[in-house]
Design a protein around this ligand. Structure first.
Ligand code: JHZ
Length: 412
């Protein structure tokens, strides 16, 4: 573990801390039955703002292999909404850039090949890069060539020396995971062809603050991006932020930044940059009362759960998501309040939530057991989960969506 005293992007020393979520276990380090009695690794989870380049970031660095090789069971393919979004993205890129057999699409953080297969199906050569061994093996087994390594400048150089340049690079929900941010972006610049395009998606820090999505803060996510921070980061590494697209329903509000070696800035980029200044997002004061907002979520949620338990209601949870781990650990939701968690990722079933140790079961358990309430930890997929669980609702079950304030969903 290392403390990071300077900004990961611009190197400034005067970071302003605005939130501490305490000392928490690693969000994806689900505990196996054999390890339940062992001490779990715990690390401080503090969040700072850089007044020089506006980057929001955590200040403790956990070794990447501990996060993404030893303890990573996240498979992108378990979420239908994400698969739909990814397929549309691939089709748009193929059409917009006329991609064909002479191009190369590289995805950094390619997971189980959930996105690249849409390019491969259209005859476009692809290359995945992902250090997580099980996910990379799954992709390879599905015919997606994948390099099982972390991406950075060194790997980009090696690929380029081997004669490979990418017409398109996609980096979705991966840049926040990278400790050496400038090395990562320099690697993108090295690998993309001079007329190529890079698309980067990540949850938008504005939505994190406005919708109190504090649970998306965990050790895997070193950074929380605004357009202002992205613009500075790209320029520093020889790239231009050329377009921005907003997806309100993806991961609580996601931005796609379209970036390239050539400058062709859209009016949308200028508008976002202007609005970030006007709304105050580029100043430390924007973040100052976030800690009390987060505290309020904790108070409201605990009051609700204690009230239900006092009335003899049984509560389970849906989604052994990384964000779920931050939520249960920060709020202090033990097995006395929420008995178990269900998740359709079979790599997660049979394990236990970090810190709070709820067992993780198959979603069928909700119908076998019919708890009175189900807390949706994967609230970003609440619509998808609720529509799959109509029978649970029909039998009288109810869902709790925890953020931005706890809300109950029953049968309509
Ligand atoms: P989900 C992930 O975070 C991983 P997490 C990562 N760290 C990241 O950066 C962010 O996304 C953006 C399950 N599920 O996606 C699947 C069902 O069981 O919100 C997952 O285990 N049934 C890369 O981990 C979990 O819920 C369903 O119907 O916070 C959702 O996890 C659906 C839709 C999901 O991410």
């Amino acid at each position: 573990m290392a403390d990071v005293p300077t900004c990961r992007s611009c190197g400034a020393h005067e970071l302003e801390r605005f939130l501490s979520l305490g000392v928490t276990p690693l969000a994806d380090a689900l505990v196996s039955a054999e390890r339940l009695g062992d001490d779990e690794d715990r690390y401080p989870l503090d969040v700072s703002f850089c007044p020089r380049c506006s980057l929001v970031q955590i200040t403790t660095e956990v070794p990447p292999a501990k996060l993404f090789v030893d303890n990573y069971l996240y498979f992108s393919s378990f979420s239908d909404a994400l698969l739909r979004h990814s397929r549309e993205h691939a089709i748009d890129l193929v059409d917009a850039h006329g991609l064909g057999p002479h191009d190369l699409v590289v995805e950094v953080g390619s997971n189980d090949g959930y996105l690249l297969r849409s390019f491969a199906e259209r005859g476009v050569p692809v290359l995945g890069i992902d250090p997580a061994p099980d996910q990379a093996s799954a992709a390879i087994a599905n015919g997606i060539p994948t390099i099982t390594e972390f991406f950075g400048l060194e790997l980009a150089e090696r690929l380029r020396d081997g004669g490979r340049r990418a017409s398109v690079i996609v980096a979705n929900n991966v840049m926040a995971h990278v400790p050496d941010l400038n090395g990562f972006v320099a690697g993108l610049r090295r690998l993309v062809s001079d007329d190529g395009v890079i698309t980067i998606e990540n949850p938008y820090v504005r939505d994190l603050i406005v919708h109190r999505e504090f649970d998306t803060i965990y050790h895997e996510h070193h950074c929380y991006f605004s357009c202002t921070a992205i613009d500075a980061l790209m320029r520093r590494n020889g790239l231009w932020l050329n377009d921005v697209t907003y997806f309100a329903d993806l991961h609580g509000g996601t931005l796609r930044w379209t970036v390239g070696p050539a400058r062709s800035r859209s009016e949308t980029v200028s508008r976002y940059l202007r609005e970030e200044v006007e709304s105050g997002l580029t100043a430390a004061s924007y973040y100052r009362d976030f800690a009390s907002q987060v505290e309020q979520v904790k108070t409201e949620l605990l009051a609700l759960l204690h009230g239900l338990r006092a009335d003899g209601r049984r509560v389970a949870a849906y989604g052994a998501a990384a964000k779920g781990s931050t939520l249960v650990n920060y709020v202090g939701i033990g097995t006395d309040l929420v008995e178990y968690v269900v998740d359709r990722n079979d790599y997660k079933q049979g394990r236990y939530m970090p810190g709070t140790h709820q067992p993780i079961a198959h979603p069928d358990r909700l119908l076998d057991d019919q708890p009175d309430y189900v807390l949706i930890l994967a609230w970003n997929f609440a619509d998808e989960i609720v529509s799959q669980q109509q029978e649970y609702l029909r039998r009288g079950g109810q869902f709790i969506v925890p953020l931005p304030s706890p809300r109950i969903i029953g049968a309509t």
